[in-house]
Design a protein around this ligand. Structure first.
Ligand code: SAM
Length: 246
């Protein structure tokens, strides 16, 4: 006997890097056509994705805030952190599934691209066996940032490496030695370590720091001119390749 799929679908809508005009036409169409809009948020605060969709929301739509547990005092590698997050994603999955079981679609809106370091993936892998899913790609934060910076990133056969700033310093240095162009994401509290690793790998020249790329309050400066121990969550470092140029 074949089970029929419930009617409601999970829509993963990529919203782009911050500027609401960088959302795709398809994401906008599905956003406007869906009553239940889910978004991840922290500590009762309005999330970044929520800000991006604000200009397009209608009062008849229902916003479902999936609020992360408070884990600021716990290291992300700790067992408590992992189990708190696992329970959170399990609960969020049940909440979204109950709406879809009732026959309605749920659009889970995601900053940047949903399948690129996106929390969306945690719900997607839990739900895709039971519900139809549709994913709309988005302009990623790094792509929005290099466009905002007007920075040609990769030429010819340049290899681009994307590094999470959560890696330890030796791993960052080793990877930076083996790439032409690089993007370092998730720098936040790892900023001082990341900056030092870039200097130690001899890649400071040409490195650009981007904070809140394409959003209000955007900052774009050479990394060499930016110091400090921490950077905000929405920040990354771009290291362009030099490649073959005619
Ligand atoms: C969990 S990842 C999510 C990435 C997202 N799905 C994407 O496609 O860009 C979050 C990290 O992306 C980077 N990021 C995303 N958007 C950004 C922006 N507009 N400006 C600067 N950094 C951004 C930051 O490094 C941040 O810590």
């Amino acid at each position: 006997m074949t089970a029929t799929l419930p009617k409601g679908r999970l829509l993963g809508l990529g919203l782009g890097p911050g500027d609401p005009e960088l959302m795709t036409l398809k994401a906008l169409r599905l956003l406007r056509a869906t009553r239940h809009i889910a978004t991840f948020a922290k500590g009762g605060r309005k999330g970044h994705a929520e800000r991006i969709i604000e200009p397009y929301m209608d009062p008849s739509q229902q916003l479902i805030r999936l609020e992360y547990p408070l884990t600021t005092e716990v290291h992300f590698g700790a067992r408590e952190y992992k189990s708190a997050l696992r329970e959170f994603y399990d609960r969020a999955t049940l909440q979204v599934a109950s709406i879809m079981r009732g026959g309605a679609d749920v659009a889970l809106v995601c900053e940047g691209d949903p399948l690129f370091y996106g929390s969306f993936m945690h719900l997607f892998v839990r739900l895709r066996g039971d519900f139809a899913c549709e994913i709309v790609p988005g302009v990623s934060g790094m792509s929005g940032s290099w466009s905002a910076a007007g920075l040609p990133m990769t030429w010819g056969d340049d290899v681009l490496t994307v590094l999470p700033g959560t890696l330890d310093a030796p791993a960052l240095i080793a990877r930076l030695h083996h790439c032409d162009a690089a993007v370092v994401m998730k720098i936040g509290r790892n900023f001082a370590k990341v900056r030092q690793a870039i200097a130690d790998a001899g890649r400071m020249k040409g490195a650009i720091y981007v904070e809140r790329g394409t959003m209000a309050g955007e900052t774009i400066v050479p990394l060499a001119e930016f110091s400090g121990d921490a950077a905000p969550y929405f920040s990354l470092i771009l290291i362009p390749g030099n490649g073959r140029r005619p």
